[in-house]
Design a binder for this molecule. Structure first.
Ligand SMILES: [Zn+2]
Length: 260
């Protein structure tokens, strides 16, 4: 899934050169000694996985940070109006996958298994597993339901790692350099990847999350008519008498003028 599989000191120079080549890092001065920190990169992959998992739920990322000591935090705003799901519903599974995915993603990348609560605590996921238990309590799970939810969340987290590994890597790259990203920074990283379309589709119904696409057309004169781009593909046509009509796209607008 991840190009950070088996990150070691020995591979760090190559990784650093790769990052320079992809334009993520500034070229290093010839005298500077590359010092890649696998510990910080692990924290970046961990937090990036939380961020990607939240994006799959249509959440907005408030902030995602990593520190020099390798600790990190990913905060997101849940979508409103979704209510409290039943423990077996995809929304509950998705949120629990978001709780647990950090360690699972790093385990995937670095080749260790994460299954028990102790595994999580041993790999910097103590808060994550505590969050999962708290969420299971809020969802009013019986012990059996909690065990089933945990399995389903593991499966979902692994799916996300497989499907959106490229996005996790891209966010981890940027996090490694900047140490902190907001929602727009996360989206910019995702947009560099081939899974952007699929991943960002989850963001679509919330208008506030849309990144406006600049249009090459703002306002043009055509046969005495003025065509004004108002975004979203829509165009207002103002005729020589000042009458306005709304068209769904530029072709309809131009065609409309020709046949008048
Ligand atoms: Zn975590």
């Amino acid at each position: 899934m991840s190009r950070y599989v088996g990150v070691t000191k020995a591979r760090s120079d190559q990784l650093l050169r790769d990052m320079v080549q992809r334009g993520v890092l500034e070229p290093l001065a010839p005298t500077s000694v590359p010092c890649f920190s696998p510990m910080i990169m692990e924290a970046c992959v961990h937090e990036a996985a939380h961020a990607v998992s939240m994006l799959t739920l249509g959440m907005r990322i408030t902030s995602v940070t990593v520190s020099d000591t390798g600790s990190g935090l990913c905060k997101g705003e849940p979508r409103t109006g979704q209510g409290v799901p039943k423990p077996w519903e995809p929304l509950a599974i998705g949120h629990c996958a978001s709780d647990l995915i950090g360690c699972i993603a790093v385990g995937y990348a670095c080749g260790f298994r994460v299954e028990t609560d102790d595994d999580f605590c041993g790999h910097g996921g103590g808060t994550d597993i505590a969050n999962f238990h708290r969420r299971a309590a809020v969802l009013d799970c019986t012990p059996n339901q909690e065990a089933a939810l945990r399995q389903a969340a593991f499966t979902r987290a692994r799916e996300i790692c497989n499907e959106y590994g490229e996005a996790i890597d891209a966010i981890a790259d940027d996090l490694y350099v900047h140490h902190e990203l907001g929602h727009d920074g996360v989206i910019r990283a995702v947009r560099r990847t081939t899974c952007a379309g699929h991943l960002l589709a989850a963001q679509m119904p919330t208008v506030a999350h849309r990144v406006p696409t600049p249009s090459p057309l703002k306002s043009v004169e055509l046969w005495g008519h003025r065509l004004k781009d108002i975004g979203g593909g829509q165009v207002i046509v103002i005729d020589p008498q000042g009458r306005r009509s709304l068209c769904d796209n530029i072709y309809a607008a131009v065609y409309g003028i020709e046949v008048r």
